[in-house]
Ligand binder design. Structure first.
Ligand code: SAM
Length: 230
């Protein structure tokens, strides 16, 4: 199995317990990060008339709920390659549309989305530059891209070391207990170490044709929000 398929199959395995583990392991703080991202993106877009919001790597669909609270769009669409994550999403949120697909090859028309988000997903996309180009293709001119992600950081301060201890020692044990799959929760800190720094992701966004509107880190730099415009 290739690396990308292995990653998706891991999400298939943890789909049923994903929401619970997410809330427990982030102490609910992801709710604040998601709300702020939707609010900032809506401010940045400015227009009230919104046709379509696309959430890529939507998993169990949570981000679409935050979008719906922030703006009123004609369509909210979730895309993810994991069948099992989508099963949970469809059962939980029947009001939204969900389709199977990879970020690097979106089954969507060019210039068809006002907003496109990818939350805690871009780290899992092996062909990342292809995906960023796809996001640019699918967004309308002036459309807004939102990325929430755990970027790679220097671990120099005592606080950084405490965060690392939590991510590498505590989180896999709790995540493993809740999901029955410790490996999946060991993958999380390892994938962050193997990912880009905030500055490197900004550079890739610019290379893909985006203008950066705002980059902000939350909760001692654990989660970073990127807002970019086509
Ligand atoms: C950590 S979950 C994030 C789910 C959701 N966005 C959230 O904020 O809770 C990562 C998701 O990325 C999806 N994924 C992995 N590789 C992907 C790819 N190449 N394209 C799109 N989604 C992908 C997985 O199936 C999984 O649902």
């Amino acid at each position: 199995m290739d690396r990308q398929k292995k990653i998706v199959s891991m999400f298939d395995d943890i789909a049923k317990s994903y929401d619970l583990a997410n809330r427990v392991l982030s102490f609910g703080s992801d709710i604040v990060w998601r709300k702020r991202a939707c609010k900032k993106a809506a401010e940045c877009y400015g227009k009230k008339d919104v046709e379509r919001v696309v959430d890529v790597a939507c998993g169990t669909g949570d981000m679409l709920q935050f979008w719906q609270k922030e703006l009123s769009a004609k369509e909210y669409l979730g895309v993810d390659p994991s069948k099992k994550m989508l099963e949970v999403a469809k059962e939980k949120l029947p009001q939204f549309k969900f389709i199977e697909g990879y970020a690097q090859n979106l089954p969507l028309k060019s210039q068809s989305a006002d907003f496109l988000s990818i939350t805690y997903g871009i780290r899992n996309v092996v062909d990342r530059m292809d995906a960023l180009k796809e996001f640019h293709r699918v967004l309308k001119k002036g459309g807004v891209l939102v990325i929430l992600e755990f970027t790679k950081r220097e671990k120099s301060t005592p606080l950084d070391k405490a965060v690392e201890f939590y991510m590498k020692r505590v989180l896999p044990k709790i995540g493993g207990f809740l999901s029955g799959n410790k490996e999946a929760y060991e993958y999380l800190p390892n994938s962050i170490d193997g990912f880009l720094t905030t500055e490197q992701l900004v550079k890739e966004l610019r290379q893909s044709g985006f203008e950066i509107e705002e980059v902000k880190s939350y909760s001692f730099g654990i989660s970073t929000m990127f807002i970019a415009k086509k």
